[in-house]
Design a protein around this ligand. Structure first.
Ligand SMILES: Cc1ncc(COP(=O)(O)O)c(C=O)c1O
Length: 432
């Protein structure tokens, strides 16, 4: 496979754009950041004309595949009518109603533009509603890049502090370290430690903020009872439980991870997967808290929030996903299930030590885990170099996946895609 055009574009981009990329998470690609030309359904073509079956899906937003036609048509219709009004329009009501009908915690909902914005809004709301400042959150969780979000994502162990009480560590230079005074960090999946932490900070914690599945670190699932335990501890202490469903929303189930696990948070954030790839996010939650955005007690604003085309995309995506009792999402899960099983089988055939975590529409693959992976620190026990070789061998065979192990599956993937992918996996696995 040749990447000459991509390399030339990268060199050109570097002259006017730092690093040649417009989001720092896009740098970790081989042989250099890649440039793409177009996508359709489950496939994407790069600038050199190489074709890939795409399991990156823009890191989640393309739950319906590339350019889903009903979404594109709805957006086109709206583009001709008007873009935005600094005022209200009916589509945003319909989109909000749809979300509230699907998501268990969503008695009310507000739109924003990105996942980071939505999490920022939820944290502010929780602090305002409880009159407390501390946020309890977990090592290895990614909640966005803002100063109150980008903490303890992948901390070096030399500076991370003891497992039982990790130090708050900003993940970028230039962040306001003052936020660290208000953060309490725990390892994930250890309810006894969370309980003890609540004990130490009785009446001080505004919110527990968590991904309900650790999609951003090794696809780690919650231990049985962990999310239920967080729910109970929050209720007991008067803290709000926030699920960051930016990845899991509408993907893990139509009701998100909260629908999947049957645990209802007070607030939840959504983004990827809710608008067929258009830049839309949402904060949803219980009426008693969300009303504070409405009466002006707590500010949530945004010039671009709920623009006409974005709302058309949201409504069209929601209608596609929920039609026929969620048939499209069931299909994506069936495709993911076949992939997970096929990867396991290929590993078995070749005598490789394969580990798969997550749910079929978003799962994680690793090799040679040295211990059971249940949280950020144990996630370091996987063989990153082996996965890197596997990842590269897949790319060379036309299969595009996220570096590091995460696989996103869309409603557009077909059984033929899966068969072709499994054939490539059989070959790529030999490099492990
Ligand atoms: C769980 C989670 N929360 C928040 C965000 C931030 O969303 P955005 O990149 O849209 O700002 C991400 C992005 O990957 C995410 O995975």
């Amino acid at each position: 496979m040749k990447f000459d055009v991509s390399r030339e574009l990268y060199q050109r981009a570097c002259r006017t754009c730092p690093g040649g990329i417009h989001s720092n998470v896009r740098k970790a690609w081989h042989p250099h950041p890649m440039y793409y030309d177009h996508g359709r359904g489950s496939r994407v073509w790069d600038a050199d004309g190489n074709e890939f079956i795409d399991y990156v899906l823009a890191r989640g937003p393309l739950l319906l595949g590339h350019s889903p036609q009903p979404v594109i048509e709805a957006v086109k219709r709206e583009l001709d009518r008007g873009l935005m009004y600094a005022g209200q329009h009916e589509l945003e009501i319909a989109a909000s109603e749809k979300i509230c009908s699907l998501v268990p915690c969503a008695e009310m909902e507000r739109f924003a533009g990105s996942g980071s914005e939505a999490v920022h809004g939820a944290i502010r709301l929780a602090r305002a509603m409880t009159g407390r400042m501390k946020v309890l959150r977990f090592e290895g969780h990614y909640h966005g890049w803002f100063d109150n979000e980008f903490w303890n994502y992948a901390p070096p162990l030399e500076t991370a502090g003891p497992r039982e009480s990790p130090r708050p560590l900003p993940a970028s230079k230039g962040m306001s370290v003052a936020e660290g005074e208000h953060l309490v960090i725990c390892p994930w999946n250890d309810l006894a430690l969370v309980d003890a932490t609540f004990e130490r900070h009785r009446g001080e914690i505004a919110a527990v903020l968590t991904e309900a599945i650790m999609c951003n670190t090794a696809g780690i699932m919650p231990r049985p009872g962990f999310l239920e335990g967080l729910r109970e501890l929050c209720t007991k202490d008067g803290a709000l439980l926030i699920f960051d469903e930016v990845i899991t929303g509408f993907r893990v189930s139509l009701g998100g991870a909260q629908g999947y696990f049957g645990v209802t948070p007070d607030l939840a954030t959504f983004a990827k997967g809710m608008a067929g790839g258009f830049p839309v996010s949402g904060i949803a939650g219980r009426r008693q808290y969300m009303e504070a955005f409405g009466d002006g007690t707590v500010t949530h604003s945004g010039t671009y929030n709920s623009s006409g085309p974005n709302m058309a995309a949201t409504l069209a995506a929601m209608e596609m996903l929920s039609a026929d009792d969620g048939a499209l999402l069931k299909h994506a899960h069936a495709m993911g299930q076949r992939l997970m099983e096929g990867i396991r089988e290929a590993g078995g055939r070749l005598g490789k030590d394969v580990h798969i975590r997550g749910v079929p529409a978003v799962f994680h693959v690793s090799f040679n885990d040295r211990e059971e992976i249940v949280d950020y620190r144990t996630s370091l026990a996987r063989d990153a170099a082996a996965y890197d070789r596997f990842w590269l061998a897949l790319q060379e065979r036309g299969i595009r996946t996220v570096p590091g192990g995460l696989w996103f599956v869309s409603t557009a993937h077909t059984p033929q895609d899966v068969d072709q992918t499994l054939a490539a996996i059989g070959e790529a696995m030999k490099t492990v």
